[in-house]
Design a protein around this ligand. Structure first.
Ligand SMILES: *Cc1c(COP(=O)(O)O)cnc(C)c1O
Length: 417
């Protein structure tokens, strides 16, 4: 027989877990413990040398368990399973998406450097870059979704090309689903990397991953997740993850050890459970989103729908070309402009029954929100106008309910517009 490689969804119930080490339990128990007993003092010494980055692992050497801020079986198994989806060498999990993001920024940037980021980015990321990193002498500079290689190059030159330390992107952009060419950004980072200064490309893949987009395959060095969203998938846990090359993840884990922002064993265990249904959930959410987007597209009170699946009708656009080269699906995030303004948008939101009015996304239940006054309220008006976040824009995270019921709900709420 040919060697057979299992698909990630086939491995989510078993990969990396040995029942014989846990009394035969079919499921990985919650290792609710702060510390682990060393067999010998020599073991303890060796484990610490690796955990603190004092030396690299030798071939075949397994880093042992020390203390749950450094490592824990629930976290390690979760990391091994997460890495499968993105074909990453390694992963590190965090207590939130923001912890994952801030740890990456702190590990790979030094005072005097520039982080070049795509706009719009997640509000917390924007705040951390512009208000926290600034205190450490790091400058955050943005480029708009849709910027060309030449336009980005101009921005880099204007900010001192020798200072570029990282390109940080979020694609599709929240909430308009505008796409950024990941391979282009990785090429720009390569072009500016020198022997003494590696420009790292990091992609926040929360919207599309880990099923519909694999940034590492397009040249990114690091993939970041708010695992609170699709990975957790049930709106009941806050967590984050970073994936990438083994050497980079090792550095990130050393910083995580000292910041102490790893996730708890219980969170790790919840995410292991979530991963078992990740693919069926995400596929159902996407199938539902396709139906909801088609319905909205045909509704007289809807002015414009922003959904990746609708790019299929715009085959001669640059956005379509990026979509086909880097997305494996159209996702489950649908935004749309109602005819009118804030009042009409609010009337729609206030009349939803099945769909809940809440921020966050990626969970089993459908959620709706108003980006201009909620998730993106901090963005200056001029920038909102430029990137298409208007008062009439609604963002939907489509869940796993029957799509007829979601459509019915949206339809009856639109009657109030
Ligand atoms: C939610 C979110 C984050 C932040 O994650 P938390 O888990 O809430 O800390 C970062 N990026 C994106 C795209 C998000 O949607």
């Amino acid at each position: 027989m040919q060697p057979h490689e299992y698909a990630p969804e086939s491995l989510m119930m078993s990969y990396g877990y040995k029942p014989e080490l846990s009394e035969g339990a079919i499921k990985c128990p919650i290792f609710q413990t702060s510390t682990f007993v060393f067999k010998t003092a020599e073991d303890g010494k060796a484990f610490f040398e690796i955990a603190y980055g004092k030396r690299q692992k030798q071939a075949g050497e397994e880093p042992g368990l020390i203390y749950s801020r450094i490592n824990n079986p629930d976290l390690e198994i979760l990391e091994d399973r997460l890495a499968l989806w993105d074909r990453a060498e390694k992963a590190a999990v965090f207590e939130s998406g923001m912890s994952a993001i801030s740890t990456v920024l702190m590990e790979f940037l030094t005072p005097g450097q520039v982080v070049l980021y795509s706009t719009p980015v997640y509000g917390g990321t924007h705040h951390f870059m512009n208000h926290v990193l600034q205190k450490f002498g790091i400058t955050a500079v943005s480029f708009d979704v849709g910027a060309s290689d030449a336009e980005i190059e101009t921005i880099i030159q204007a900010n001192g090309p020798g200072r570029l330390g990282m390109i940080y992107i979020e694609t599709p952009a929240n909430p308009t689903n505008a796409l950024i060419d990941m391979a282009m950004c990785a090429r720009i980072a390569q072009r500016h990397s020198t022997d003494g200064r590696r420009v790292v490309t990091a992609v926040d893949n929360t919207y599309m991953g880990p099923l519909w987009q694999h940034p590492l395959a397009h040249g990114a060095d690091l993939v970041i997740y708010s695992a609170t969203k699709y990975i957790g998938g049930h709106s009941d846990v806050i967590a984050g993850a970073v994936l990438g090359h083994a050497a980079d993840i090792q550095k990130i884990k050393v910083l995580r050890t000292f910041l102490g922002n790893m996730c708890s064993p219980h969170t790790g265990w919840l995410l292991l459970r979530s991963l078992e249904t990740l693919k069926v959930r995400m596929e159902q959410q996407q199938a539902n989103a396709v139906q909801v987007a088609a319905f909205l597209q045909s509704h007289p009170k809807v002015e414009k729908v922003y959904y990746l699946g609708l790019l299929d009708a715009e085959k001669d656009t640059a956005q379509y070309a990026i979509y086909k080269s880097q997305c494996l699906g159209s996702g489950a995030m649908v935004s749309f402009d109602v005819k009118g303004g804030e009042a009409e948008a609010f009337r729609f939101l206030n009349h939803l029954r099945l769909t809940k009015l809440a921020v966050s996304l990626g969970g089993t239940e459908s959620l709706a929100e108003h980006p201009a006054t909620m998730t993106h309220t901090d963005i200056p008006d001029a920038e909102k106008d430029r990137i298409g976040i208007s008062e009439k824009l609604i963002r939907l995270s489509v869940g796993i309910e029957h799509y007829n019921d979601i459509i019915h709900d949206v339809q009856q709420a639109l009657e109030y517009v």
